[in-house]
Design a protein around this ligand. Structure first.
Ligand code: ARG
Length: 313
């Protein structure tokens, strides 16, 4: 499905949500009906900072992120996630201040990974490092066209309840990316055009949650994309947030074990999440906001498998 329209090809691809969930476990890992403990890739902020400007959040912020505070905020997030999830680490690298945003490493489903092909040239040196990490973990790396920018799980969010991949394009990932992802992963890719430069990656304004819930900021999308979202997610499953929550990156949330970890949350959003059965957990990430990222950007959801988790590099 591209922009809400089904293609003949995909109506041939039948989808079984249950088996897809189970098949998210990488090769060599026992596949049982028990829910797999989730695994998350993180990168310690040893070399984090705002050193250049590639999104509006970074304007006037060069040199402004306080590293000790960033480290404390990251440790806090890490500790909270580690209580419910296995955490893998990729080694931080000098000169790559944005590598901490592992959501942009690529997209991994099952035993296949697509490595990002950064639009932002400042981040292109990260590609090789993330590629090496995926390879070392045994993922098979799917070939990706050189001329199609794709910034990983920042712009491609797996919706487990629907078995689809929601894809954002317009600022960083290219319009062509969804169709390549659909082909590689055999899942419907729903392409959504991002129109507000503050919400330059899909995960800054859109968050599929378990049970088919969807938390998002409608104004970040063009009209056709808003309609596509509403056609797929019924009103009773949509948690539409206002600008204030959106600007504090409430949608840049990580869900683990029924908890939703996020930088900030209004009282209204808190009660809506609670009503939907989630427990919001606020974990302030002000220093990372200066680079245009928060909780979700600092994580990459991996197909659950404790055996793949590496010690901290
Ligand atoms: N400064 C980084 C960039 O502009 C922030 C990335 C945030 N990551 C995300 N998944 N939204 O690339």
């Amino acid at each position: 499905m591209i922009d809400g329209r089904s293609t003949p090809e995909e109506s041939l691809m039948s989808f079984d949500a249950e088996s897809a969930l189970l098949s998210d476990a990488p090769r060599g890992v026992a596949r049982t009906a028990a829910p797999a403990r989730s695994a998350i890739l993180m990168c310690a902020p040893d070399h984090f900072g705002v050193d250049y400007i590639i999104n509006p959040w970074m304007e006037n912020q060069i040199g402004q992120a306080a590293l000790p505070r960033a480290k404390a905020q990251w440790e806090n997030l890490h500790g909270k996630l580690a209580a419910h999830s296995d955490i893998a680490f990729v080694a931080p690298t000098p000169g790559l201040p944005d590598m901490v945003f592992t959501a942009n490493a690529g997209l991994a489903i099952g035993d296949t990974a697509v490595v990002s092909r950064f639009n932002a040239k400042e981040r292109r040196p990260e590609e090789r490092l993330f590629c090496e990490w995926f390879e070392a973990q045994g993922y098979s790396i799917a070939p990706w066209p050189e001329n199609v920018p794709f910034e990983g799980a920042g712009d491609a969010l797996l919706d487990h309840a629907r078995g689809i991949v929601w894809c954002g394009y317009g600022w960083r990932s290219g319009e062509e990316a969804p169709k390549h992802l659909q082909k590689i992963f055999g899942r419907r890719a729903v392409a959504l055009r991002l129109v507000d430069p503050r919400f330059y990656h899909l995960d800054t304004c859109f968050c599929p949650l378990s049970g088919g819930w969807l938390m998002y900021y409608p104004d970040a999308f063009d009209i056709a994309s808003r309609e596509a979202i509403r056609a797929i997610a019924p009103v009773e499953k949509r948690i539409e947030v206002g600008e204030k929550d959106a600007l504090s990156f409430a949608c840049n949330a990580v869900e683990v074990a029924g908890r939703v970890f996020l930088n900030a949350c209004s009282d209204d959003l808190r009660s809506r999440l609670l009503d939907a059965g989630f427990t919001p957990v606020v974990t302030p990430l002000s220093e990372f906001m200066k680079a245009g990222g928060a909780a979700k950007c600092l994580t990459l959801q991996l197909p659950g498998a404790a055996s793949k988790v590496m010690p901290r590099g």
